[in-house]
Design a protein around this ligand. Structure first.
Ligand code: NDP
Length: 341
């Protein structure tokens, strides 16, 4: 284990981690950013971001991330590969065991590890993930020119994925487990109005057919007129089952926060694993977690808004809170004026 103690380690290099890195680097905290398993986070899997302030014509997700990284590096943030497997957070300095078998020590930690795409649990999904089954249309859509494909889910991601896939696929069927979309009206309307997108309501994916050699060739779908067919079937109702020929399946059923490495620490999380952040003495939000010196930003602490702009905002909050904590540790409460501009 290195004897160095960092001032600030930022776990995650999505927009929350990058925003924290820009603020912390400007405050001369010399932050170390651990890029994690998916450097750049979810935005690298998105096409155009149209609702990030300051880009009236939209901005590519990857472009936004690359610019953010450049900006953080310009101010002195350091980036390295690695994922935290375990953390000992009871005492100062905090100790982080990495996937590379190293242990690093730090006075503060910003948890900005985001959330990963969920799978639905259909038969054969383990075998076919990456072979015609995907959680990212932006990454894999171009492999499906001329195919009929399914998108599973009814939220904004499903609409976005479906719309993107129309560039390549012959037909896109959105399979949703009930008959009412969760997606925002604007996204839902765009998908509903598209000639190449059809909706299959009250339907779930039971099994995917194919092999790694030939890819996805079909799927078994189950339907019940009142929705949630799997649950209905488990409680003894009759469901309709059909097998369809398709060339690809895209999952868009939400995300799970990447917080497993916090097991056994005092960082409190909700039942889904999202980190709780604390309010201050006046009841206003902060990025503090239940462990001193540990802060959280972005989707890992936000099952509600989950927007690029809110992630960037909470990233800046986490860096400012970490800075205040470090100043307290050093026995001075004087904020550094340059960081507040
Ligand atoms: P959501 O949680 O919003 O939606 C997940 C969808 O998947 C829901 O329709 C849900 O069904 C369905 N689902 C969940 N589990 C299963 C399962 N096991 N089997 C079948 N269906 C399932 O996640 P999203 O990723 O769509 O969106 C996350 C956040 O990101 C949202 O706040 C969204 O607004 C935002 N976003 C914004 C975009 C934009 O503005 N361009 C683009 C993408 C995301 P049910 O509805 O029945 O719960």
């Amino acid at each position: 284990m290195s004897t160095d103690v960092h001032d600030l380690v930022i776990a995650g290099s999505g927009i929350a981690g990058l925003s924290a890195a820009v603020y912390a680097a400007r405050a001369d905290l010399n932050p170390l950013v651990l890029e994690g398993d998916e450097p750049g986070g979810q935005l690298t899997l998105t096409t155009d971001v149209e609702n990030y302030l300051g880009f009236p014509d939209g901005v590519g997700g990857m472009d936004l991330i690359q610019r953010g990284k450049e900006q953080a590096e310009q101010f002195g943030a350091r980036f390295r590969h690695g994922r935290i497997d375990n953390a000992a957070l009871d005492d100062q300095p905090l100790e982080l065991s990495l996937s590379t078998n190293e242990t690093i020590r730090t006075r503060t930690l910003v948890v900005a590890t985001g959330a990963s795409a969920r799978w639905v649990g259909a038969e054969n999904e383990d075998e076919l993930m990456g072979y015609g089954l995907s959680t990212c249309a932006t990454c894999d859509g171009a492999f499906h020119r001329g195919d009929d494909v399914l998108v599973i889910g009814g939220g904004d991601s499903a609409m976005e994925e479906a719309l993107f896939l129309t560039k390549f696929a012959d037909s896109v069927t959105v399979v949703h487990r009930r008959d009412d979309l969760r997606a925002s009206e604007i996204m839902a309307d765009r998908a509903r109005d598209h000639d190449d997108i059809v909706f299959q309501w009250n339907t779930e994916l039971e099994a995917i057919h194919g092999s790694p050699e030939e890819g996805v060739t079909g799927a078994t779908l189950v339907t019940h007129p009142d929705g949630y067919p799997t649950e209905k079937s488990e409680s003894g109702h009759d469901i309709n089952r059909e097998t369809v020929d398709i060339g690809g399946v895209f999952y868009a059923v939400g995300h799970t926060p990447n917080t497993g490495f916090l097991n056994g620490t005092g960082v409190e999380r909700d039942e889904r694993g999202y980190v709780f952040t604390q309010t201050d003495d006046t009841g206003r939000p902060t990025a503090r977690t239940t462990v001193a010196g540990v802060f959280a930003a972005g989707d890992v602490a936000d099952p509600r808004y989950r927007q690029a702009i809110t992630s960037a905002g909470t990233g800046s909050m986490a860096a400012l809170d970490a800075q205040d904590f470090l100043e307290t540790l050093r026995g001075t409460d004087e904020p550094t004026p340059t960081t507040r501009a």
